[in-house]
Design a protein around this ligand. Structure first.
Ligand code: NDP
Length: 238
């Protein structure tokens, strides 16, 4: 049975990705740091609905030692999906150093922590897929979200560089760059702010976590010659 680790799967895009992999027969490993009840509820739902083994392991992905303890409990992975992420809204000049590191550690360093532990087995097998959930902001930038944009821009560069490093071992590394997706991450926006954002999107609506997850599944299952790509899903926004 194939194995997948999806980080940040207690809700939103990560939970939707977990449903697709479980539906397709994967032993699905899920993490989150805070909403562990939701994570265990998803574990039960996937086992009941799809008859696959699903393992939920609370883990703060921004903590390198916690990620080492996580991997000590995992079998070799066929697919690694680095999805856990946090946003931060505010002026850069008013951001604390602690908040900067929290965004960077969760959105960028966590990807390093998981990749370095997942890669050796993939290299031995000469197969494996890594998908990083980035953002259109990593390419275009956005006012009031400088740290978030920097973390996602870093994730894009990591994706491209690592893809080159691992292509000789037949391991594909790609990133998804969603635009505005209807999840808890955007609940801090007022109804007016959401409406104003949507007027800028040609598709005239937010994307759904299920649409992002459907593309994640397709990218993981794309021909092996596709690697090092940042693939947008944004309703024509950028
Ligand atoms: P949500 O806030 O709905 O979900 C974020 C997930 O990440 C939760 O499961 C959360 O779990 C988990 N998480 C956060 N911090 C940690 C941590 N330190 N360790 C482990 N898990 C953690 O957001 P989305 O589903 O929207 O976001 C998923 C990804 O998609 C993120 O990387 C985000 O940047 C990206 N994205 C989202 C967009 C959008 O418009 N929604 C647009 C572009 C990109 P818990 O809180 O329980 O720990």
């Amino acid at each position: 049975m194939k194995t997948v680790l999806i980080t940040g799967a207690s809700r939103g895009i990560g939970a939707a990705i977990a449903r697709i992999f479980a539906q397709n027969g994967y032993h699905t490993f899920l993490t989150c740091a805070h909403h562990t009840e939701a994570l265990f509820a998803l574990q039960r739902e996937l086992e009941r609905s799809f008859g696959i083994p699903c393992t939920a392991i609370p883990c703060d992905m921004s903590d390198a030692e916690a990620v080492e303890r996580l991997f000590a409990q995992l079998p070799p992975l066929d697919v690694l999906i680095n999805n856990a992420g946090i946003s931060y809204f505010g002026l850069l000049s008013e951001m604390s150093v602690a908040d900067w590191h929290r965004v960077m550690d969760t959105n960028l360093s966590a990807c390093f922590y998981t990749c370095r532990l997942a890669i050796p087995h993939m290299v031995r097998k000469k197969s494996g897929r890594i998908l990083n959930i980035s953002s259109v902001w990593g390419q275009t930038g956005s006012s009031m979200e400088t740290a978030y944009c920097a973390s996602k821009g870093g994730l894009n560069a990591l994706t491209k560089a690592l893809a080159k490093e691992l292509a000789p071992s037949n391991i594909q590394v790609n990133a998804l760059a969603p635009g505005f997706i209807d999840t808890d991450m955007n609940r801090c926006l007022s109804a007016e702010e959401t409406a104003a954002l949507i007027t800028e999107i040609p598709a005239d609506r937010a994307g759904t976590p299920e649409e992002a997850a459907a593309l994640a599944w397709q990218v993981v299952n794309a021909p092996a010659y596709m690697t090092g790509q940042i693939i947008s899903i944004d309703g024509g926004w950028t």
